[in-house]
Design a protein around this ligand. Structure first.
Ligand SMILES: Nc1ncnc2c1ncn2[C@@H]1O[C@H](COP(=O)(O)OP(=O)(O)OP(=O)(O)O)[C@@H](O)[C@H]1O
Ligand SMILES: [Mg+2]
Length: 406
C-alpha cells in the first residue's frame, strides 16, 4: 500500500490453534460416528439374518405384512404348505393378492376371500383350521403387531387331527361294542330260552304222563329234546366261532379241496331236514379242485343254504349254482322266500342284524357276519340280490389261487 508516497507493508497474525483443534475433533467425531454406524449396521444385519434363520427353521409357515398390507417377510416353509401359491410369494405382494391366490388354489370362492380379508383387517386375533387338497390339515393363526403389521403363522396339525380321528373312532367303536354287548345279551337270552322251554315242556309231559305214553310218543318227545339241544349247541358254536374270529385265534387252513363235493354234502344234509323244499343243484361248471379252507367252506355253505330254506317258510325250490368266471369261482343260492327290504341290504353283514322280513323266523343275525369274515380270509366276496316278498340270490366269489404243481 502506498502511503504518503511511501510503500508500507502490513502483516496480520492470527492464532488458529483452536480452529485446527476443532477440525481435528470434528474429523475424529465423524470417524467415530462412521464406525458406530457401520458397527450398528453390521449388528442389525446379523440380527436380521438371525431372525430370518430363526423364521426359516420354524417348521410352520410365517408371513408378515406391513401396515400397507405388503408382504415384508415370508419363510421358506410357507411354500411347503401352499406349493400352489408359491409363485405369488414375493416381497411386496399385497395381502389381498395372496388371499386370492390361496382361494384360487383351494377352490374357495369370493365369499371366502371377502370374509377372510374382513377378518384380517378387523385386527382381531383369529385362528382357523383347514384341510388342504393333499389331505394335510393346517391351522392358520393371525396376529397383529402394534405398528399395524399383520402376522400369519401356519402350522401342520395333521398329526393332531389324526390322533383326534383315531380317538373319535375308538370311542365310537367302544360305544358300538357296548351296544353289541347289549344286543348279544338280549339275543342269547331270547335264543336260549326257546329251546330250553321246549326241553322243559317235553320233560314235564314225560313226568306227568309217563304211564300213558307210547314208545312213539317217547320217540317224538325225545326227538324234540334232542333238536332243542342241537339248536343250543349250534348257538354256542356260533358264539365261540365269532369270538375266535374276532380275537384272530381261528385257524385258517387253505388246502386243495373239492368245492363241488363240499356243497353237495351240505345240500344233502339240508335236504334231509327240509321236507317242504326242493334243493336243486347245478354245480357241473365248478372246477374239480380249488384252494380253500374246507371247514370254512362247509360253514359258509351251511349258513347260506340254511338261510335260503329258513327264509322261504312256504317251501319251494332252492337253486344252488356253481360256475367259473375269469379269475374266480362262484356259487349262489336262490330262493323264492320273504326277501330282504332294499334299505336293509347294506346292513346284513353286521353282527346281530336281522331284516324286517325275518320277523317270526328264529335266528340270531350272526350267520352272515361269520360268512363274511370267513370269506374275507379267502379274499372272497359276497353279493346279495333280493326283492322283498320275491326271494333272494346270494352269490359268493372266491379268487382262483394258482394250484401248486404235483
Ligand atoms: N335268503 C334270505 N332271504 C331273506 N332274508 C335273508 C336271507 N338270508 C339272510 N336274510 C336276512 O339276513 C339276516 C341275517 O342273516 P344271518 O344268517 O346273519 O342271521 P339269522 O339267519 O337271522 O341267524 P343265524 O345267526 O342263526 O344265521 C336274517 O335275519 C334275515 O333277515
Ligand atoms: Mg342265518
Amino acid at each position: 500500500m502506498t502511503l504518503a508516497g511511501r510503500k508500507v507493508f502490513t502483516v496480520y497474525l492470527r492464532d488458529i490453534t483452536e480452529r485446527r483443534q476443532a477440525e481435528a475433533e470434528l474429523r475424529a467425531y465423524r470417524e467415530q460416528l462412521e464406525d458406530l454406524v457401520s458397527r450398528r449396521t453390521l449388528a442389525l444385519v446379523s440380527a436380521e439374518e438371525r431372525l430370518v434363520t430363526a423364521i426359516n427353521t420354524f417348521k410352520g409357515g410365517f408371513a408378515l405384512y406391513d401396515a400397507e398390507e405388503r408382504l415384508s417377510i415370508a419363510n421358506e416353509n410357507l411354500g411347503r404348505f401352499m406349493p400352489e401359491v408359491l409363485p405369488h410369494v414375493r416381497i411386496g405382494v399385497s395381502m389381498e393378492a395372496m388371499t386370492r391366490a390361496i382361494a384360487a388354489a383351494n377352490g374357495l370362492g369370493e365369499d371366502w376371500i371377502r370374509e377372510r380379508l374382513a377378518l384380517y383387517r378387523s385386527h382381531e386375533e383369529f385362528t382357523a383350521q383347514r384341510q388342504l387338497r393333499n389331505g394335510q390339515w393346517i391351522e392358520t393363526s393371525v396376529r397383529h403387531t402394534p405398528d399395524g403389521s399383520t402376522l400369519f403363522i401356519i402350522t401342520d396339525i395333521s398329526q393332531h387331527k389324526q390322533a383326534e380321528a383315531a380317538l373319535r373312532q375308538s370311542l365310537a367303536r367302544e360305544k358300538e361294542l357296548g351296544q353289541l354287548q347289549r344286543e348279544f345279551v338280549s339275543m342269547t337270552s331270547h335264543e336260549f330260552r326257546t329251546p330250553l322251554a321246549i326241553i322243559d315242556a317235553s320233560i314235564q309231559r314225560i313226568l306227568r304222563r309217563r304211564a300213558q305214553l307210547s314208545s312213539t310218543d317217547f320217540d317224538a318227545l325225545g326227538g324234540e329234546i334232542r333238536a332243542a339241544v342241537t339248536r343250543m349247541v349250534g348257538l354256542i358254536d356260533t358264539i365261540l366261532d365269532t369270538s375266535r374270529i374276532d380275537s384272530g385265534t381261528i385257524q385258517f387252513n387253505p388246502q386243495p379241496c373239492d368245492l363241488r363235493q363240499a356243497i353237495t354234502d351240505v345240500c344233502k344234509r339240508q335236504q334231509a331236514l327240509a321236507t317242504r323244499h326242493r334243493i336243486i343243484l347245478d354245480l357241473a361248471r365248478l372246477p374239480d379242485r380249488i384252494i380253500a379252507d374246507a371247514v370254512f367252506m362247509d360253514q359258509i355253505t351251511t349258513n347260506l343254504l340254511t338261510n335260503a330254506v329258513k327264509y322261504s317258510p312256504n317251501g319251494g325250490d332252492v337253486m344252488v349254482r356253481g360256475w367259473t368266471e375269469s379269475g374266480a369261482v362262484a356259487f349262489s343260492f336262490t330262493d323264492s322266500g320273504v326277501g330282504i327290504p332294499s334299505d336293509e341290504l347294506a346292513r346284513l353283514f353286521q353282527r346281530f342284524f336281522r331284516a324286517r322280513t325275518s320277523t317270526g323266523i328264529a335266528g340270531t343275525g350272526i350267520g352272515l357276519y361269520i360268512v363274511k369274515r370267513l370269506l374275507d380270509m379267502h379274499h372272497g366276496t359276497i353279493h346279495v340280490a333280493s326283492k322283498e316278498g320275491c326271494g333272494s340270490t346270494i352269490t359268493v366269489r372266491l379268487p382262483v389261487v394258482e394250484m401248486p404243481i404235483g
